[in-house]
Design a protein around this ligand. Structure first.
Ligand code: GLP
Length: 252
C-alpha cells in the first residue's frame, strides 16, 4: 500500500520522514535501518541528529545497511557514500560504526563483493525500514532502468543521465564513477517497510510515473507498487505537483 505524506516544504517532508524513523526506533531500539544517500535524505538525517542530541532517540543498538556505493572511490573520498554517511549521520549520532555497512567500492573483485554484501544483508535478519531517494530516471539505489528487475546486490553501469545528475557533486563530469555496487530490487522489496523521499520539482514527473504509471523495469521505482507492506512517500509540494494535478484524490 502506498501512503503519500504531503509536506508543504522540503523541511516539512524531511520532518515527516524523521517521524517515521523516530517511531520505529522508539518501538524497536535495535531496528535494522536500510539507508540511502543523495540530497533527498539529508534533511531527515539532520532532524534525526537533532533528536538524538536531545535524547529523544538513540542509535546505540541500531544496525544499518546502505543501498549502494560507487566503484573506485575509497571510504575517505569526499564523494563516496561511506564518507557521506559518516558526515551526514554516523559521526553525529550514538551509532556503533561497527554496526553500519556499505558495499566496498574498492573491492578488487566486484562479483565477490556483491556476494559478500548479499551475506551482510541476509545476516541482518530483515530490514525494518528501507529509506529510498529516487533518481531522475526512476532509479532506486543505483538500480538503473533495465529490461529486467534484479534480485541481489549487483554491479551496475551508471546511465548517462545519472552521471549527468551526479556530476554536480564532482569537480568535473569525467571524475564521476561510471559504475556502482547496489543492493538489488529484490532486496529492497524484502524490507518490512519503505520510506521514499522525493523533494523538488525535478522529481515531480518521475514520481507520478513511478506511482501511477505501468510497473516496469524501465522505471525501477514503479516496482514499489507491488510492495507487500507499506510504502510511505514523504514528498514536498514541488515533487507532488504533477500528482496533485493528475491524481488529486491521492493527496486527499
Ligand atoms: C543517487 C543515489 C540514489 C539517490 C538518487 C537521487 O544516484 N544512488 O540512492 O536516490 O541519486 O539523488 P538525490 O536525492 O540527490 O536527488
Amino acid at each position: 500500500m502506498i501512503k503519500i505524506l504531503y509536506g508543504k516544504c522540503a523541511h516539512c517532508a524531511s520532518v515527516n520522514a524523521a517521524d517515521e524513523i523516530t517511531a520505529l526506533l522508539k518501538s524497536k531500539p535495535d531496528a535494522v535501518l536500510g539507508l540511502a544517500t543523495g540530497s533527498s535524505p539529508i534533511g531527515m538525517y539532520k532532524e534525526l541528529i537533532d533528536r538524538c542530541a536531545k535524547g529523544e532517540i538513540s542509535f546505540k543498538s541500531v544496525k544499518s545497511v546502505n543501498l549502494d556505493e560507487y566503484v573506485g572511490l575509497s571510504a575517505d573520498h569526499d564523494q563516496s557514500y561511506a564518507y557521506f554517511m559518516s558526515h551526514n549521520l554516523f559521526d553525529h549520532v550514538d551509532i556503533d560504526k561497527a554496526n553500519t555497512n556499505l558495499p566496498n567500492g574498492l573491492a578488487a573483485d566486484p562479483a565477490a563483493e556483491c556476494k559478500r554484501y548479499d551475506d551482510v544483508v541476509a545476516s541482518m535478519g530483515g530490514v525494518d525500514i528501507q529509506v529510498l531517494g529516487i533518481g531522475n530516471n526512476g532509479h532506486i539505489g543505483f538500480n538503473e532502468p533495465a529490461d529486467y528487475f534484479t534480485y541481489g546486490t549487483n554491479l551496475v553501469d551508471l546511465t548517462d543521465s545519472t552521471i549527468d545528475a551526479n556530476s554536480r557533486f564532482f569537480a568535473s563530469r569525467d571524475l564521476v564513477p561510471t559504475q556502482a555496487i547496489t543492493m538489488g530490487i529484490g532486496q529492497i522489496m524484502a524490507a518490512k517497510k519503505i520510506l521514499l523521499i522525493a523533494l523538488g520539482k525535478g522529481k515531480a514527473d518521475i514520481l507520478e510515473k513511478s506511482l501511477f504509471g505501468p510497473v516496469t523495469p524501465n522505471v525501477p521505482a514503479s516496482i514499489l507498487r507491488f510492495f507487500k507492506g507499506e510504502v510511505i512517500v514523504c514528498a514536498d509540494s514541488e515533487a507532488l505537483s504533477v500528482i496533485k494535478e493528475k491524481h488529486p484524490e491521492a493527496l486527499a
